[in-house]
Structure formats: structure tokens, C-alpha cells
Design a protein around this ligand. Sequence first.
Ligand code: BTN
Length: 247
Amino acid sequence: MKQLKKDIILANVPKNRINIDIFEEIDSTNEFLKKNIQFNEFNLVASEKQTNGKGRRGNKWHSPKKGNIYMSISTKNTFKSGPLSLITGIICTKVLSNVSQTEEIGLKWPNDLVFNNKKIGGILVEKDIYANEEKTIIGIGINFNINGEENWWGDISELKIEDQRNLIIAKITSEIIKVYDENHFDWVNQWENLCIHLNKEVKINNHDSTTEDGVFIGIEDDGSALIKTESGMKSFKSNEISIKGVY
Ligand code: BTN
């Protein structure tokens, strides 16, 4: 396995706009960027392991092994083109497909990366206010090899691109910077093209523990899921959905 290397990443990003820190072990790359003052326009942190990796909805992100991607990018810039977490999902999927020359990685709403019907990556976008300045932190976890430890989760070991982690981190970072620079990103079409459950039956888990069945019709401008249920067309904001046959 090739180590994370700052110089390789730096050679493939706009280096005068970004600071990069690489760690062997850290609690959480998102937390590091929250806790520390940043002076650069963009800041990237990547670590081989995390001792307290965080997932969405207060979940843990299991990160004890080397060889995966645990990275976060922070910026004080404002992003105007659409829901950042969904756009980051598109970027990660496209970069992994490009590097592996396959089209087998897809998206499950809202921003899970899926391969062989299992979750192989996730995104946690957080906002933090420090000294009256708001910063956005985009955390990305991608499992390249988890050795079947948690068998309800997957990895992309069979794509054999683990040695390209530095390039993948650099490409994801550059694409995120590009999206900040350009004020437009045609994300709805791209997201729907990558979605693994478009027009498929899904189960919606509501916050009050009830469930509803429906067909996933598409995505709305604010990132909500549009689902045709027995009682009509409904829009869901941050509910979890489950799909038959997918983890
Ligand atoms: C999810 O629950 O799907 C989101 C997972 C996000 C995990 C990444 S790993 C790098 C960054 N640091 C963290 O503590 N979490 C994110």
C-alpha cells in the first residue's frame, strides 16, 4: 500500500490556494479543521486512521485501518450552486469512476457512495462559526479495504485503485475548488444519472419511526427526495430511505 503523500497531492491541486496536513492518526479530520484556525483559502486534512471518525446523524465512522480515505476540506468561501453534500457525492463518484475506468459506483440518496449494493463511502458537511466567521467543512470517507470487518458495509478493493489514493484525494479537492469558483453546477441531472434507485421502490423511514413505501421519482432543487407514495407525490428532506437489495 502506498502512503498518503503531501507532495503528490500538492502537485495535483492549485497549490497557492490550499494548505495540506497529512496525519498518521487523528481523532477526526472534520474536528481538526473545526478546532484550528486556518489562514488559507482552502484547507485539506487527510489521515491514515481516525480514532473518533464521525458519520451523519451522530453515527460513528469506523476508521481504524490504513489504506482508506479519511479527508476533510474547509473554506470560508460561500458556495452557491446547490446542496454541497450532494454535489460532493457526485464529485467523489465521478473521480472514482474516472480513476478506476468503471461506472459501477453509484449514489444512494442523499449522499452515500454505493458499490456492489453496499455503502462504500459517505459525506459529512458541517458548518462552524469561529471569530464571527463561518466556515464550511466537507468530510469524506471512502472504504478501499475494510477486510470484511463490518459485512453490511462494502469496499472497493476489487477495483484495485488503493495505490492511487493521493491522486484521488487531489482530484476530489480540485473538483470541489472548481465548483466554488464556478457559480453553476448542473447537479440535478448528474445526481439522477448516478442514482442507483431512480424509479425504484424505496422505503422511507420517518423520524417518528413509521415507514412509508413509494417510488423514488427524482431530486428537487434543494436536494429533497421526490417520492410517489400511496397518498400522492411527497417531498422528503432528511429522512433515511432503504431500498430492496441494497445494504
Ligand atoms: C456518513 O455517515 O455517511 C458520513 C461519513 C463521513 C466520514 C468522514 S471520514 C473523514 C471525515 N472525518 C470525520 O470524522 N467524518 C468524515
